[in-house]
Design a protein around this ligand. Structure first.
Ligand code: SF4
Length: 350
């Protein structure tokens, strides 16, 4: 695995992004932002699911005016997502922790300067969010819908901010497919020092979004690219966080939490491994300690895997062994096995 590429550090509220800060997980509410109660309800759900930063859309003035109350009660830093309308950005900049806006899309330089000045005044960053579906006409005419076009678009917006001496920037370049997303981020990475927000756009249902995001975000993370990320899913908010944390964990960029391996089962199995695995996953999902757990169906591979695990179950016939760091703790009937295993895991977690 490549060392993580060090970027300039910025702050979104009290959350550091870039530099040597941990890679953060973001999501986005889907309520009407003007509905403060509904938006806060979703933000709280994301907070309890393990989200670090939340983005809200600001499509109109009513939404922009609601940001102050949302910010005051939010447990998470808020990013205001604005397209085209610099006046909404000026209202948002009074209360939120970051503005997502593409400076090239908000009109002449005076407007850009006003937004930059409002962000400088409150010391908040701007996220440039390039989307492969809405590139600038001239760039699209020259480069088509390619990764190069996404890179050129990002550079165009970055230069507009740099010309105004503004460098508290993070950048996303989202396509709806993994290959272009990987290429776009990889092309831009050597050219700027700003932190990158990784993600795909319109990734789809939980099934498809999980696969596409695992390929794209996982590849980039393993290559050392990425400072913050969102997995976009057409589904439940909590799913986005769960998948994002799993990608971070399985790409080796997040050490916290349990890593569970389990055998696929075969004709040698003589117990209900699937139920046991589901129970272990559910009962360890909030553990923060970095633990490797193994749930295996028979002695063929279980004892070998158990040597590398902090805690392991090795099923036998309607019973199983609980093994902790290579030592057998005991043999238990199937109906007691998970409880005894969880007791040992909780002891290890401290
Ligand atoms: S551990 Fe045992 S039950 Fe599980 S797949 Fe391997 S041989 Fe089959």
């Amino acid at each position: 695995m490549t060392n993580r590429i060090k970027t300039k550090q910025i702050f979104v509220g009290n959350v550091a992004v870039g530099g040597d800060a941990p890679i953060t997980v973001q999501s986005m509410t889907f309520s009407k932002t003007s509905d403060v109660a509904a938006t806060l309800e979703q933000i709280n759900r994301l907070y309890f699911a393990g989200c670090d930063i939340v983005r809200v859309s600001v499509p109109d003035e009513e939404s922009a005016n609601a940001l102050k109350a949302i910010k005051a009660a939010s447990p998470l830093p808020i990013v205001a997502d604005i397209h085209f309308n610099y006046r909404l950005a000026l209202i948002a900049a009074e209360s939120v922790d970051c503005i997502r806006i593409n400076p090239g899309n908000i009109g002449d330089k005076t407007r850009i300067a006003q937004v930059v000045s409002a962000c400088k005044e409150r010391n908040i960053p701007i996220r440039i969010g390039v989307n492969s579906g809405s590139l600038e006409e001239a760039i699209e005419a020259r480069y088509g819908h390619s990764a190069e076009a996404m890179k050129q678009s990002a550079l165009y917006h970055i230069r507009l901010l740099e010309d105004l001496d503004f460098t508290a920037i993070k950048v996303s370049m989202k396509a709806s497919d993994a290959a272009r997303t990987i290429e776009a981020y990889s092309l831009l990475r050597p050219l700027v020092e700003y932190p990158f927000h990784l993600g795909l756009t319109e990734a789809g249902s939980t099934f498809h979004a999980t696969i596409k995001s695992s390929i794209a975000l996982g590849s980039l993370l393993i290559d050392g690219i990425g400072d913050t990320m969102r997995v976009s899913i057409t589904g439940e908010l909590e799913e986005e966080i769960k998948v994002a944390r799993a990608i971070l964990h399985d790409s080796g960029r997040q050490k916290d939490g349990v890593n569970i391996i389990a055998c696929p089962t075969c004709a040698r199995l003589e117990s209900d491994l699937r139920s046991a695995l589901a129970a272990v996953e559910e009962r360890t999902k909030n553990i923060k300690a970095p633990l490797n757990l193994s749930v295996m169906g028979c002695a063929v591979n279980a004892l070998g895997e158990a040597k590398h695990a902090d805690a392991a179950i090795a099923f036998g016939k309607k019973s199983g062994l609980v093994i902790v760091r290579g030592e057998i703790v005991g043999k238990y009937p199937e109906n007691e096995l998970v409880d005894r295993f969880i007791q040992e895991v909780e002891k290890l977690a401290g």
